[in-house]
Write a protein that binds this ligand. Structure first.
Ligand code: ADP
Length: 478
């Protein structure tokens, strides 16, 4: 019998309307399960449940919150293989990547279990005699979480865990194509000892459920990860009603390869950053900027390495890249491959769909020699398609790296301390990688970007406290 994924509101499972298939992008004839859509009324009910639960939960002890988050983290870690299998089937990441993501989600809950016990504050001497000043942090209130599909366990975890750790209540709206992972996470949270209404999860369309959440006057803050148009629309709505908001949107991340680089390392960084997880990471290296002196050699080695990459069912051993996550994303990827040809790019590798034994959204890793003005070198694609750009020297490479409206991550492969140091300071990005792929970050340090990539405080690590708490300054005369 097919599994039905439900919403979780005020401590109850709610079926929602109709029955939509939860697609398996590797095998379209065998869906993962089915789900019912929540509507705007249910979304409002979830916000109201979270608002009703907040006064008491905001006064819960840090130990109570730490124990719950720790238990959630332990269960996720204990079940990482099973959760990873669900993720690989539903989203299409390879099984090792999926198990790694599940483990990451568990570690994040455990990290914030610790942070619940370390909520920072300060005490300062006042400028006036006999007065003390205390600076403390309090929860914000009801936090809305709107998440994308590409990290369906880790991204919800890095938003839900800090929200709960600092005493907020939560309404979580997962992306439409990953209701199974959202349901699995909610099911674990539903048994962890949270009072009804503290955590709610609403499955439904962004335009319906997401919009109803944002419009609800009881929502106090919104953390969003997703596309640029949706994020910018939410920012306008948030500004109009004074809602605290944090946005993580796209990237067009450069990986610079200098002539002095270890080329084997450069190729591995490029292949990992551009193509692993099917290129569906906001930190993916979609622009490979290579110094002229090694450009031809790098291009030749990339072709050779890409020919070894195995695309197929992510549950099978030895597969490097799974399917594109949805038909809509596949169509976007193919339209950019077309744009690469139309704009005059030279196809160096891939560009075609792949047929395997099951019907799925498989695509070859694709590399174009491109010019900086080409669409594939300017717009976020979010698929296994990268643009190779030629740079005259380091200064030209840096200028090309920064020539984008995005600023999430930037990477450089070099053996020059001088250039690595200069790049770390001058790359216009929130995160910089030296001799590493642009994708692949630690969970205990800040994550986020600049320019058009992000808005608001950083996520993850101790920096998450900025978004999920509000500061109070208290003066006391003895
Ligand atoms: P993608 O193109 O990667 O799916 P989206 O920005 O459309 O990116 O989706 C990211 C998240 O935002 C999803 O959970 C989606 O349902 C939600 N979403 C989409 N449109 C809206 C909207 N108008 N209001 C609120 N949330 C939305």
């Amino acid at each position: 019998m097919s599994q039905r994924f439900q919403s979780y509101i005020n401590g109850e499972w709610i079926a929602g309307n109709g029955s939509e298939p939860d697609e398996n992008p590797s095998d379209l004839d065998r869906p993962v399960g089915e789900y019912g859509q929540a509507d705007a009324v249910l979304a409002a009910r979830a916000v109201e449940a979270a608002a009703a639960a907040w006064p008491k939960w905001s006064l819960s002890t840090p130990q109570q919150r730490a124990d719950i988050l720790d238990a959630v983290g332990s269960e996720i870690l204990a079940r990482k293989e099973e959760l990873g299998r669900l993720l690989a089937t539903e989203e299409g990441k390879t099984l090792p990547e999926s198990i790694g993501e599940a483990a990451r989600a568990g570690q994040i809950f455990k990290f914030f279990a610790g942070e619940a016990l370390r909520i920072p504050g300060e005490k300062l001497a006042s400028t006036r005699p006999g007065v003390d000043v205390e600076i403390t942090r309090e929860p914000v209130g009801v936090v809305g979480i709107i998440a994308p599909w590409n990290f369906p366990l880790a991204i919800p975890a890095w938003k839900i865990a800090p929200a709960l750790a600092y005493g907020n209540t939560v309404v979580f709206k997962p992306a439409e194509i990953v209701p199974g992972c959202a349901w699995a996470l909610a099911e674990i949270l539903s048994r962890a000892g949270l009072p009804a209404g503290v955590f709610n999860m609403v499955i439904g369309a962004g335009r319906v459920v997401g919009a109803a959440m944002v419009e609800h006057p009881s929502l106090d803050a919104l953390s969003f990860t997703g596309s640029v148009p949706t994020g910018n629309g939410l920012l306008r709505q948030a500004a109009a009603r004074g809602l605290k908001i944090q946005l993580e949107m796209g990237g067009k991340n450069p990986l610079v390869v200098l002539a002095d680089a270890d080329l084997d390392k450069a190729v591995e960084c490029a292949v990992n950053g551009a193509y692993f997880s099917t290129g569906q990471r906001c930190t993916a290296s979609s622009r490979l900027i290579v110094e002229n002196a090694v450009y031809d050699e790098f291009a030749a080695r990339m072709r050779k390495r890409l020919a070894q990459i195995k695309v197929g069912n992510p549950l099978e051993a030895g597969i490097d890249i799974g399917p594109v996550a949805s038909l809509a994303q596949l169509e976007t990827d193919l339209s950019y491959i077309k744009a690469g040809h139309e704009d005059g790019g030279e196809l160096l590798f891939g560009g075609e769909r792949i047929e395997i034994a099951t019907r799925g959204h498989f695509l070859e890793p694709t590399l174009f020699a491109a010019k900086p003005e080409h669409r594939i070198a300017r717009e976020e694609i979010f698929g296994p398609v990268a643009a190779l750009l030629r740079a005259d020297d380091y200064e030209h490479a840096l200028a090309l790296a920064n020539d984008t409206r995005f600023g999430l991550c930037a990477g450089i492969v070099t053996n020059s301390l001088k250039h690595a140091t200069h790049f770390k300071r001058h790359a216009q990005a929130g995160m910089v990688m030296v001799n590493l792929p642009t994708a692949g970050v630690d969970p205990h340090v800040p994550f986020g970007g600049r320019k058009g990539s992000s808005y608001g405080p950083r996520e993850q690590g101790r920096y998450a406290v900025e978004f999920y708490t509000t500061v109070k300054t208290a003066y006391t005369a003895a």
